[in-house]
Design a protein around this ligand. Sequence first.
Ligand SMILES: [Zn+2]
Length: 412
Amino acid sequence: MTFADKARIDDFLDQLGRIGRDPRGGFSRLAFSPEEREAHALFRRCLEEIGLHTSTDAVGNSYGQLPGSEDLPALMTGSHLDTVYQGGNFDGAVGVAAAVEVARVLAEDGGMRRPLRVVAFAAEEGARFGAPCIGSRLVTGAYGPDTLKELTDRDGITASAAAEAVGLFPGEAASARWDFGQVECFVEVHIEQGRVLEARERPIGIVNSIGGSTRVELVFTGRADHSGATPMWLRRDALVAASEFVIAVERRARAHATTVATVGRLDVEPNSMTTVPGRVLLQLDVRDVDSERQRDLAEMLLDDAVRIAGGREITVTARRLSDQSPVVLHGTMQAALAGAATRRETAFISLPSGASHDAAHVAKHVATGMVFVPCRDGVSHSPAEHAEAARVAEAVDVLVEAFRSIDAGEHA
Ligand SMILES: [Zn+2]
C-alpha cells in the first residue's frame, strides 16, 4: 500500500510557484491568461510522468485519466490553478497538487476497478471577469458560449476573446460538458480560507455545505450641500443614511450563527471634507448555508434601506448583482470521507464553507464532497497564504482511502 509523499506535494507547489510571480508581490495567474495556461501545462506534464493520459477541453479545463479495470463511472478529484490579482500559491493549487498525488498513489498501487479522473478547472476566480467558477459552470452547462461573450474584464476584454487569445476554443464550449453518467463522484481538496481548523487543531475538515451569496448594490441619494452653511435640520446626508444601514446589516446578520453579511464597498460623493455627502453607492454581500434565510435577510435589509432613507428624505435604489444558492454536500460523500478519516485515525471536524468553490457547481449533478486543509492564520487571496504539505498529504491519504471504499462498492 502506497501513501502520499509530502515532498512530492511540496515539489509540485514549488514548480507552480515559479509561474505567474507578480513583481508587485504574490502570484497573478489570472483566468484565461498565459500564466494560467502555463500552470495547466505543468499539471499535464506531471500527470504524463506518472503515465496518465491527459487532455484539455475547449475552454481550458485540463484532465488526466488513470484507467480502471472495469467499465465503470469515474472517481474524480481536482480544483483550480488560477489566482486573484497578487494572490497566493495555495488557493486551488493545493487541491490540484492533491489530485496529482492521489493519481500517483493509485497508479503506483495498480489502479482501481473504476477509472480515476483528475481535473484542473479553468477560471475559478471571479477577480478578472466578475463571475467565479467559469470552468466548472461550463462543464455543468450552467454557462454556455454566450456567457463568455457577456463577461468582460476591467480592460473591456471579453472572457471569450481572452480564452481565444490563449489558444482555447470558447465557441465550442458545449463540447466541454461532462457526461454525468460517466462520473461516480467528485471530491475537491481546498485550503479552508478561514481559521476554524487552526483554532480547533484539526488537520483536516470535511465540508458539509457551501454557502451561497446574494449581492446587492444600493445607491442612497440625498443632497450635497456646504458643510458650514447648511444647518443640521436642513441636511439630507446620504452617508449618514448609508451608515445607519451598515449598522443594520451587522445587527441583522448577528442574529444567526451561520449568516454573514458585509458592506465591503462604499463610494461617497463628492467625498470632500467640506461638503455634505450627496450620494453613496454601497455593495452588500449576504451569505448563509440556508438559502431561505440568505434571501429573507437580503429582503429585510432592502426594507431597512427604504425605511432609513424615507426617514431622512433620501431616496434609495437597489440592484441585485448576483444570487447564488447554498449547496448541501452529499451525505454519502461526507460519510465516505468521515469513515476514511476515522480508519486512518486522522482527526477531523465537519464544517461549512463560507467561500464558493467549483465543487458547488458539480454538486448539482453528482455526489460531491470537499476536504479542507488548514491555512496559516486563515489568510487567503494574499501573498501570505500558506498551507503545510504534510496536511495536504493527510488529506490525500483520506481521499485515497475513501475512493478505495467507494470503488469496493461500500457506498454504492
Ligand atoms: Zn479556490
